[in-house]
Design a protein around this ligand. Sequence first.
Ligand SMILES: O=c1ccn([C@H]2C[C@H](O)[C@@H](CO)O2)c(=O)[nH]1
Ligand SMILES: [Zn+2]
Length: 132
Amino acid sequence: MNQEALINEAKQARERAYVPYSTFKVGAALLSKDGKVYGGCNIENAAYSMCNCAERTAIFKAVSEGVTEFDALAVVADTEGPVSPCGACRQVMSELLQPETIVYLTNLRGDISQTSVGELLPGAFSKGDLHD
Ligand SMILES: O=c1ccn([C@H]2C[C@H](O)[C@@H](CO)O2)c(=O)[nH]1
Ligand SMILES: [Zn+2]
């Protein structure tokens, strides 16, 4: 699957966003190494801290199905420039995706910024920091 197709999957997932509070729809699409796509949207809640971002929805869907190797993640929102994932999602990406997993940050205007999981959170806290 190419970049454009993955971004289109993220746009479709975005349409399913449940965002009565922010009205800010975000979509994500995560491509596994075996070629499957896991879509995700942001899902909000009246107890605001329970809101889940689109990226984490997609990642948790894949991991919950036993998938651990990923080629690329696309994220899309109606932002001025390419959407910027929050710190919580960067932390989750750094643990559950690979450092070299490509990340396409995009918007509805067609801006695309290509980065990687490793670049999105340099110096991430990780498993290895827990024990000596
Ligand atoms: O990269 C991002 C940034 C924000 N959000 C969501 C969280 C919340 O539902 C809404 C406003 O922050 O957008 C995402 O899903 N992904
Ligand atoms: Zn987030």
